[in-house]
Unconditional design. Structure first.
Length: 507
């Protein structure tokens, strides 16, 4: 299905609704049409650019040594049949399944593919953004064709919670990568997963087909069509017309969809953190007082009410409740315009200043930007709103240019190390360009700490440093609403609402 077709359907639906009805399309046998928030940049797991856009697709294409059991965050065997861990937690030996085949005739998976997949990530010349996920890895030893050993420099507390089960742990075909090269492989991926890559039409669709030689349980759906859409209103209309089988919905639309007999709705707690981030290496927000002034000028509760209808709870720190290291006593800053103006004066900006606020196109971001603009105007800060497409937004924020501050969110995992790793010095996805050596040292110590309470205490100290340096204003962890056309069986959704498409079916 083409994006242009979706746009025309929006117009048709507007006419249908105006006459009091909702038109439902018919399901195409053997395929599912799944909305994705925006288009892919790559399907190479070592260079993933967005969990929201790319991870679910990659999760259909690849396997890891272990995986999250569907419906849970429990790590269970996948390509590995079993494993042994040394007493010092520095060596992990995996025994592989035999006979596992790569897609498109690239042969049997062996220990050499495991070694290649992980060592290309830690090779500094390869510049993988996932390098920090494997910061503890020294090297990989091939014992024999079906046995491989990970040799670590220090214990890794999150090895089985957020490194191996996620994209950094996905196994690629060594032969395919070496034959194609990184760039070509990213758009012609070869894994061992239940689906294999069919084609990508930029801006239109990414299509996967069932892999007939899959080593595990075969899928019930022959074809998956992932449709890139950035506006939730477009997703909702396409769901109502039947042009999509599943997609996310906005919080304001939950009740409407729950009342629609042709749609099923699943609500899951969010496992991603939204924040407003300052670019701290350029004026005016290279000045801590200026950042603190904005923190006191913004009314986060008002912003959440305007954007999320007050449904998700406010976030006051990076880690959500229930995650190891959650900072229970984190301060939730309330608006104080008198204090904000005083801080501006201390920073040398008594008359305020003009700044650029960068977003990507979405209904939520439009509201956030306008609320931020109106609130900061009260203390003499003039906000220019700039909207870039997602790719240009990522380029600008990752490079620390073309913006003074910005909105962003990152999807995360149940392991605190995954959420915290993106803000170490020099990390590509450190959008604020923040660098605190003490934070980095604590992050390294926490990654190697196997005692849960001691590890939790380290993450609290890291969050205190973030708060002191005020490079982020935390907003919410969100709530995820997933809608499915009646008859589409989701299987076991992961706890954050993420799909496991290989389990899906249609009645």
């Amino acid at each position: 299905m083409r994006t242009e077709k979706l746009i025309s359907l929006v117009l048709v639906l507007a006419l249908v609704i105006s006459f009091g009805g909702i038109a439902m399309g018919s399901w195409t046998e053997g395929e599912l049409r799944i909305a994705r928030w925006g288009d892919i940049n790559t399907l190479d797991p070592s260079y993933m650019t967005s969990t929201e856009r790319e991870f679910t697709i990659m999760n259909c294409l690849y396997n890891g040594l272990v995986k999250y059991e569907e419906g849970t965050w429990d790590a269970v065997p996948d390509l590995a049949r079993s494993w042994d861990i040394s007493e010092d937690n520095k060596e992990v030996t995996f025994r592989l399944r035999k006979g596992v085949q790569f897609h498109k005739g690239y042969g049997e998976l062996t220990a050499e593919d495991i070694k290649f997949s992980f060592e290309r990530i830690i090779d500094p010349e390869k510049e993988s953004p996932e390098a920090y996920s494997w910061v503890a890895l020294d090297h990989v030893e091939v014992i024999d064709r079906y046995t491989v050993k990970l040799v670590l420099k220090e214990p890794s507390a999150r090895l089985f919670t957020s490194t191996l089960p996620l994209n950094a742990g996905f196994i690629v075909s060594k032969k395919a990568v070496e034959e194609m090269g990184k760039e070509a492989f990213g758009l012609n991926p070869i894994g061992t997963g239940p689906y294999e890559f069919d084609h990508w039409a930029p801006g239109e669709e990414t299509v996967l087909t069932a892999f007939e030689d899959y080593w595990g349980v075969l899928t019930k759906i022959e074809k998956l069509i992932f449709v890139p859409i950035t506006e939730v209103s477009t997703v909702e209309m396409a769901l109502q017309t039947g042009e999509l089988d599943t997609g996310w919905i906005s919080l304001k639309s939950i009740k409407k969809f729950q009342e629609n007999p042709d749609v099923d709705v699943c609500l899951k707690p969010g496992l991603k953190y939204w924040w407003i981030g300052f670019t701290v290496n350029v004026p005016p927000f290279d000045n801590l007082k200026a950042r603190e002034a904005v923190r006191y000028a913004l009314d986060v509760d008002e912003l959440l009410e305007a954007v999320f209808y007050g449904i998700p709870e406010r976030a006051c720190t990076i880690l959500p409740p229930g995650v190891l290291g959650y900072w229970e006593d984190a301060p939730c800053y309330e608006p104080n315009l008198v204090k904000a103006k005083a801080l501006l004066e201390e920073a040398g900006y008594a008359d305020g200043f003009e700044v650029t606020f960068l977003t990507w196109p979405s209904e939520e971001n439009t509201i956030i930007a306008e609320v931020v603009k109106a609130q900061l105007k009260k203390v003499g800060i003039d906000v220019n709103i700039v909207v870039n497409e997602v790719g240009a937004f990522n380029e600008a924020t990752c490079a620390g240019r073309d913006n003074n501050f910005h909105i962003s969110f990152f999807a995360t995992t149940v392991d605190p190390g995954y959420a915290a790793q993106w803000f170490t010095c020099g990390q590509k996805w450190n959008l604020s360009q923040w660098c605190n050596p003490e934070y980095d040292a604590l992050a390294k110590e926490a990654d190697a700490e196997m005692d849960p309470q001691k590890r939790a205490d380290l993450y609290v100290e890291m969050q205190k440093l973030i708060d002191e340096d005020c490079w982020a204003i935390w907003l919410t962890y969100g709530v995820r609403g997933v809608a499915l056309r009646k008859g589409v069986q989701a299987g076991k959704l992961f706890p954050n609402g993420r799909l496991a498409p290989w389990q899906m079916d249609v009645e």
